[in-house]
Design a binder for this molecule. Structure first.
Ligand code: NAD
Length: 269
């Protein structure tokens, strides 16, 4: 109940999926929440649920690709709760599109949310955390598709944005460490998660996606939230600049059905 006692957390995209599960879990562990989302009604629902269970939460409309939006978020956290200890850069979009059909505008939309948004968030959170003089933890939600584009086709902008987010994470962790800032910065790379982001998949596509996870299923949002909680808490005090892969084994190798079977005499290729 007290792994985040008296900590103040900002969670972007907190109205749905992984973000909503993270807000609930953090609140159960004693954190005060600023739940932000471009969908204010969704963020408000989560904040109301938390307050209904005796927690502290405020919802705020926030487009992460807006620089002025981030300044308002940090100032709201400061005014409402007096500080910021944790930022979860979770808001993200995935536009499935062949590369040759992707306009520069579409590309920039993905980058604007997944990478520019995270960059502004990291920068503004570091400034706020330094002002608090308390330790801070920033968790960026990347993806196994930032490690490899295997498993999904037609998501070049998504894969590129998540790969960029991993290196933004490492650069920020290095800079904070070397400058003596008491702030850790880590990335989580989830495999497939049962959220709205996968709702466009057909039944067959969903079954195939489940099958390529060696554990035989996709993650539930709380599976990812539990890892975010570890990185947010002091239990991970020696962890910074890490890619925390939470993928049901999907990156560990191929499983039967994903790859042409080897004949007894050798490779099938
Ligand atoms: P989701 O669609 O349930 O949640 C995404 C949330 O982000 C929504 O509440 C949405 O309103 C919000 N959002 C979208 N654009 C925004 C913007 N410009 N500003 C602020 N909020 C915005 O999806 P999810 O699966 O919970 O995704 C959360 C994160 O996890 C994303 O970064 C996603 O890329 C990452 N991820 C998801 C999966 C998966 O399989 N679902 C796998 C790996 C990584």
């Amino acid at each position: 109940m007290s792994r985040l006692l008296d900590k103040v957390a900002v969670v972007t995209g907190g109205g749905s999926g992984i973000g909503a599960a993270t807000c609930r879990l953090f609140a159960n562990q004693g954190a005060k929440l600023l739940v932000t989302d471009i969908d204010l009604a969704a963020a408000q629902t989560i904040a109301d649920q938390i307050k209904g269970q005796g927690g502290e939460a405020v919802a705020m409309h926030h487009d992460v690709s807006s620089e002025s939006g981030w300044i308002s978020v940090m100032s709201c956290a400061q005014q409402t709760f007096g500080k910021v200890n944790i930022l979860v850069n979770n808001a993200g979009v995935c536009v499935q599109q062949d590369l040759i059909s992707t306009s520069l505008q579409d590309w920039r939309k993905t980058m604007g949310v997944n990478l520019d948004g995270a960059f502004i968030g990291v920068r503004e959170a570091i400034k706020s955390m330094l002002a608090n003089k308390e330790s801070g933890s920033i968790i960026n939600i990347a993806s196994v598709n930032g490690l490899s584009s295997g498993g999904i086709e037609g998501c070049a902008s998504y894969c590129a944005s998540k790969a960029g987010l991993r290196l933004l994470t490492k650069s920020a962790a290095l800079e904070c460490g070397r400058k003596g800032y008491p702030i850790r910065v880590n990335a989580i790379c989830p495999g497939g998660v049962n959220t709205a982001m996968n709702q466009m998949l057909s039944k067959e596509e969903l079954a195939a996606k489940e099958k390529c996870h060696p554990v035989g299923r996709m993650a539930e949002p709380v599976d990812i939230a539990n890892s975010i909680l570890f990185l947010a808490s002091e239990e991970s005090s020696f962890v910074t600049g890490a890619d925390f892969i939470v993928d049901g084994g999907v990156t560990a190798g191929f499983v039967s059905g994903d790859y042409p079977e080897m004949s007894a005499g050798g490779a099938s290729e």
